[in-house]
Design a binder for this molecule. Structure first.
Ligand code: ATP
Ligand code: MG
Length: 218
């Protein structure tokens, strides 16, 4: 469903990724792990069109997406949560969520499943985003990516800076999204327990290359 074939990715003149091949199977949870600075986030940014990728192909549902601008990739069904919880602290929880619709030119309502998946966001609907705890902000960031009803959800370190008890909640929500909505999920993650608890497939990355792929489904 999402296939990366032979991409090179650059920041300015420095090549971070070379000839990278990756595949993400439809309806499955795939995790990408590796040490700091090996190029995990850059891989995700390449999928989103946020870095220069002069070589290679990225195919999503059979379409070549490499030349499509980022906002159109979202319209095509790719939901992306960058590393570091990008929420709008001065806006309410509701407004933060609605941005996922307004940003795509829509006037619609929040899909019903958002508050079913994240009851805490319903409870704090009128609260400012910046007044939520770190774990709640992470839930808000994930929920906002789901508002546009994507076919694939891409999460960059969803557990970063979050305490273990909340990490479990986030894992449960991700599993639920995958099982009940059939959403394909791609996660970059450092926390191995979390990865082994939720993934079907695992890739290990080292300096811009994949060194191992495994099937982790129990
Ligand atoms: P982490 O686990 O710390 O998040 P990562 O695997 O996600 O690491 P990347 O963020 O993809 O790593 O970074 C890969 C390399 O690219 C690093 O050497 C980093 O310093 C460099 N890099 C990242 N962002 C930029 C940028 N905007 N400009 C120049 N170099 C960058
Ligand atoms: Mg990163």
């Amino acid at each position: 469903m999402l296939k990366i074939k032979g991409i090179d990715s650059y920041y300015g003149e420095s090549r971070i990724i070379s000839s990278l091949d990756l595949e993400f199977e439809k309806g499955k949870i795939t995790c990408l792990i590796g040490r700091n600075g090996v190029g995990k986030s850059t891989t995700l940014k390449s999928i989103m069109g946020l870095v220069k990728t002069p070589e290679g192909n990225i195919c999503f549902d059979g379409d070549e997406i490499i030349k499509i601008p980022t906002y159109n990739r979202v319209k095509q069904g790719i939901g992306y949560v960058p590393q570091g919880r990008e929420i709008f602290p001065q806006m309410t929880v509701y407004e933060n969520l609605m941005l996922g619709i307004w940003a795509n030119g829509g006037k619609g309502e929040l899909p019903k499943y958002i508050y079913e998946l994240f009851p805490i966001l319903k409870r704090f609907e009128k609260r400012k985003g910046g007044d939520l705890s770190g774990g709640q902000q992470q839930q808000l960031a994930i929920a906002r990516a789901l508002v546009s009803e994507p076919k694939i959800l891409i999460l960059d370190e969803p557990t970063e800076g979050i305490q273990p008890s909340v990490i479990q909640d986030i894992g449960e929500v991700i599993k639920k999204i995958n099982k009940e909505m059939g959403l394909t999920v791609l996660i970059v993650e450092q926390y191995l327990d979390f990865v082994l608890g939720i993934s079907d497939y695992l890739y290990i990355m080292e300096k811009g290359e994949i060194i191992l792929k495994g099937n982790t489904a129990q």
